[in-house]
Write a protein of this length. Sequence first.
Length: 307
Amino acid sequence: MTIERQEGAMIADWTDEAICGFENSIVRVRHGLHQRPMFSDEGLARVLDLYPREALGAFTMGEDLEDWGSWRRGGVQGLTGDQLLGAVKDGRLWLNLRHANLHLPEFAELCAEIAEEKELRLGTRILNRDLGLLISSPRARVFFHLDVPLSSLWQVRGEKRIWFYPRREPYVSDAWIERCVLRTAEGQAPYRAEWDADATSFPMRPGDMTTWPQNMPHRVDNGPMLNVSLSMEYMTPRALRRARVLHANGVLRRSLGWSPTVQERPGPGLAAKLAFHAAHKLLNKSSTSPILPESFRVTAEGKRIAA
Ligand SMILES: [Fe+2]
């Protein structure tokens, strides 16, 4: 099946402010993806049937935002797409179909379309493209965390509220970001409820897209309905440099006890960090397996039972 190319641009309202703010501030624009039939119940069930089940991230969570221990990974083997969609509608699940662009041709095309739009408007290369489809339950939430690459969130169905926190202490430290880059943490970070007073927060409705500075901590609360969003993670040359410097810094902190800073501008310091990163990567293979063990499984009736 091929997707319908919309008339005109995918983003309706690129402004100078949005273009200048890219990578530096929280940017909000409108898009037209929510009008595409691939995101109907029927379309989603078909995608869930086609997407490799072993690659699908299924999570549940508690209510307490400070309790990352309640964020658990589960198994959804053996369910049809219809059953899985029903389990999300009636349960407390967060499904992440990561790299849908590598597994499904229609998402490969959509990912290329999104990247093409960004490259054209923003004048930068869009690298390491990972287009994920998020299908999540009413009232589900994603706790305070950060992502290593740049991200953009495209709201397609339902409403959610997103909260962004400053990328500095006490909200997050360089040492914590380094842990995420080195994959000794899955992006989760310590959170305190009083930080909400310092957050930038807004609702996301169908047709809203937001993107934010790399590694900026954030969290998400779903409204009382099924939510469908696209999460496009990607690197630009600048973002890739920052991730490599953080990787080098993490190794230096862990092995030598240093407290290194992040070089953002070209110079000998940045060159040395990039060389160190390249040498370290060559000698050490990083793991890509999930950090969380599978601790529950979803039945065909949509119940969660211990794995
Ligand atoms: Fe995120």
